[in-house]
Structure formats: C-alpha cells, structure tokens
Unconditional design. Structure first.
Length: 149
C-alpha cells in the first residue's frame, strides 16, 4: 500500500545543483527512515531530460514526487516548473519547491506556475530534519499520489 500507514518505495526526483544540499537531503531522508529511491539531477536541462526520458535518461522511472530548487544552471527551476505543469504527461506529479529563496516574487511565481508547495530551505540540520519529516508525513504518507502512467 503506497499511501496509508505503510509506505512502499516512493520515487523522488531531487533537482539540486548544490552538492552539500544533495548530501544533506539524502542523509536526512535516510535518517528519517523514508522509504524511497532518490534520483538526483543537478541542473534544469538534466531535469527535463530525465522527466521526458531523453538521452541517457531513456529508461528513467517516472517520479512520484519532485523536490525542485529554483536557482539552477542551464535551465532555471522556474522554467522547469512551468514545463512540468504545462505537460499533460507530467503535470500530475507533485512538485515541492525547496529553495533558499524567501523572495515574495519567487513564492508568488511558483504558485502561479502551479507548484504544489513552496518550502524555504532551513539553514541548520535540525530544522532540515523537521522539513524532511513534514515532507514524509504529508507527501509520502497522508497524500494519495496520482497513479503512474
């Protein structure tokens, strides 16, 4: 059962260019015993190639949840979000914007582009663990995720 008291494997796509944030996210998810497979891409172009299964990502598994940083090289996270939410094949995948930005403009733009939620990255490990638990509790346990194609 994917969504209930028991969480089976969840596919998460982490779109993050900062190696320290990637390590912190993965370690926190492991510590919180979140049962998942995390795939990591480090820029917006890679994220879109992964999601559209292009090039080296031709066998990529469709994620159940996307954790998306906004400030990415090559293609900005805002553009990635826009393309995801405009795609009939991808728009049902929940996108959690997880970024250092606290700018009201980024928050408004993210929601206007149909982000499912906007979370400002906490600076310290304890706060980050709380955010990971909240993501687990809400997105991976309580929410019923859309079925895969």
């Amino acid at each position: 059962m994917k969504n209930g008291n028991h969480v089976n494997s969840i596919e998460i796509l982490l779109v993050e260019d900062n190696p320290a944030d990637v390590r912190l996210t993965i370690e926190t998810l492991k510590q919180e015993k979140i049962c998942n497979n995390v795939q990591v891409v480090s820029d917006g172009e890679e994220a879109l190639n992964f999601l559209h299964r292009r090039g080296k990502y031709s066998n990529a598994v469709r994620p159940d949840l996307i954790l998306l940083d906004l400030n990415l090289p090559r293609i900005d996270g805002r553009e990635v979000l826009k393309e995801i939410k405009e795609s009939d094949k991808l728009k049902m995948i929940p996108v959690v914007v997880l970024t250092v930005s606290k700018a009201e403009e980024d928050i408004i733009k993210s929601y206007n582009l149909h982000a499912n939620c906007f979370i400002t990255k906490p600076i310290d490990l304890l706060q980050f663990a709380r955010v990971a638990r909240a993501i687990q509790d809400f997105w991976l346990t309580i929410v019923k995720l859309p079925p895969k194609e």
